[in-house]
Design a protein around this ligand. Structure first.
Ligand SMILES: NC(=O)c1ccc[n+]([C@@H]2O[C@H](COP(=O)([O-])OP(=O)(O)OC[C@H]3O[C@@H](n4cnc5c(N)ncnc54)[C@H](OP(=O)(O)O)[C@@H]3O)[C@@H](O)[C@H]2O)c1
Length: 380
């Protein structure tokens, strides 16, 4: 089966290398790039129409990133009756309903395993579990950069700034790390994973998100005293017939599976009504791991294995039924909370459970007077 790769960067090159080294029955006929590479004149094109108008190319793999021109290329490929694999979480979470519908209308497959979990077969196994089970909850660590920062802050007692610099030096964090440390990248992966788990097209903007930009070494020291480890968790499930979905720093028991996830690794877990908890662990990013996930999707297409089920409807996350206790560190006074520590590193542990919706609203309010405030959910 002949394929084209759009974008010859980390993921696109990784996928090409894996196909070249293995016996998949796939052939990369064309690569779309923005500039020619010496010795690759026969395979690289700078014109997407060379791919769109080539009837031999049956699969188009998008590894460009961003919304435009990825959206235009993916839509055109689907309309031309070509299967699509995309690594692009921004594209998939933004256009989930539309691109899924377009694939169905044109009788082709849209797959996007590399978009959430990098090299981990997280989305394919979520789809597989649903064939004979219903998903009750998903809980995941899906951002390697923030896990690397939190891991090094915890293990080496580093400040946030030093741990972030280490992540940048190691090539895990970008020069502008905002999308990772503010949780936007994770929000998109949450929306995609929850859409699959609960058969909807979940509005990414309805997913409550709080990142780790303001976590301090003092917070980490307090968590250690509590016997907790902080991770940036994706959580989604169904409660009172409402889909909850959110991303927030979460304090986990130091003996939990998730608290043991090191460095830039990821984990995706589902709870099925019949199967119970199933977890998938590995490298959530990187050229070859993510390229491998892209090639696995291509092989599934070649073998006629279907992708995600059609969303039944569009939906917004409703976090008013999901609740737990919270750690809140702020210099602002917070009414109704029990303070357990005073002084420079003042923090609160809520006595009662707060709904996720309430906490995220309260945090937005607190941060008007204390922009450096930090909170984390307490689980386990
Ligand atoms: N890297 C990972 O580990 C990873 C993991 C999971 C998912 N992803 C996702 O995979 C996608 C690609 O990421 P990446 O890390 O491979 O990015 P990357 O290394 O920056 O590669 C993107 C490539 O696309 C090319 N490109 C950009 N616009 C183009 C256009 N209009 N036409 C043709 N080529 C174009 C770029 O060309 P130039 O070289 O000219 O800039 C670059 O080579 C993103 O959506 C990312 O979120 C990445």
């Amino acid at each position: 089966m002949k394929a084209a790769i759009l974008g010859y960067g980390n993921v696109g090159k990784g996928a090409c290398d894996i196909i070249a080294q293995s016996n998949t029955g796939l052939e990369v006929k064309r690569i779309l790039a923005r500039r020619m590479r010496p010795g690759m004149e026969d395979i690289i094109t700078l014109d997407f129409n060379d791919i769109l108008n080539d009837p031999e190319i049956e699969i188009v793999c998008e590894a460009i990133g961003g919304l435009s021109p990825a959206y235009q290329y993916v839509s055109a490929a689907l309309k031309a009756g070509k299967h699509v694999v995309s690594a692009n979480k921004e594209l998939i979470s933004h256009y989930y309903a539309e691109l899924n519908a377009l694939a169905r209308e044109n009788g082709v497959c849209l797959r996007f395993a590399p978009s959430s979990g990098g090299g981990i077969p997280w989305l394919p196994n979520l789809i597989r579990a649903k064939r004979c089970d219903s998903i009750e909850e998903i809980s995941c660590i899906l951002n390697g950069t923030t896990n690397y920062i939190l891991y090094n802050m915890t293990e080496k007692s580093l400040s946030f700034e030093t741990a972030l610099k280490g992540a940048q030096d190691a090539g895990y964090a970008e020069a502008d790390p905002s999308a990772d440390i503010d949780g936007e990248d994770t929000r998109r992966k949450c929306a995609i994973s929850a859409s699959i788990a609960f058969d909807v097209a979940l509005d990414e903007n309805s997913v409550d998100v709080f990142g780790i930009r303001h976590i301090t070494a003092g917070d980490i020291a307090a968590f250690k005293e509590m016997g907790k480890v902080c991770k940036l968790m994706v959580k989604a499930g169904v409660k009172d017939e409402k889909i909850y979905a959110y991303v927030e720093p979460t304090l986990l028991s130091s003996s939990s599976l998730e608290s043991a996830v090191p460095l830039n690794y990821n984990i995706g877990s589902l709870v099925g009504r019949s199967i119970g908890k199933l977890s998938f662990y590995g490298q959530g990013a990187g050229s070859l791991p993510t390229g491998s996930s892209m090639v696995q999707d291509m092989i599934d297409i070649k073998e006629g294995i279907s992708g995600a089920p059609a969303p039944r409807s569009t939906a917004k996350a409703d976090n008013s039924a999901e609740s737990h206790r919270y750690y809140i560190r702020t210099s602002a006074s917070v009414k109704g909370l029990r303070s357990i520590s005073d002084g420079d590193s003042k923090f609160y542990i809520t006595d009662e459970e707060y709904t996720v919706a309430e906490m995220h609203e309260m945090a937005a309010e607190i941060r008007k007077s204390d922009p450096n405030a930090f909170f984390a959910g307490i689980c386990g």
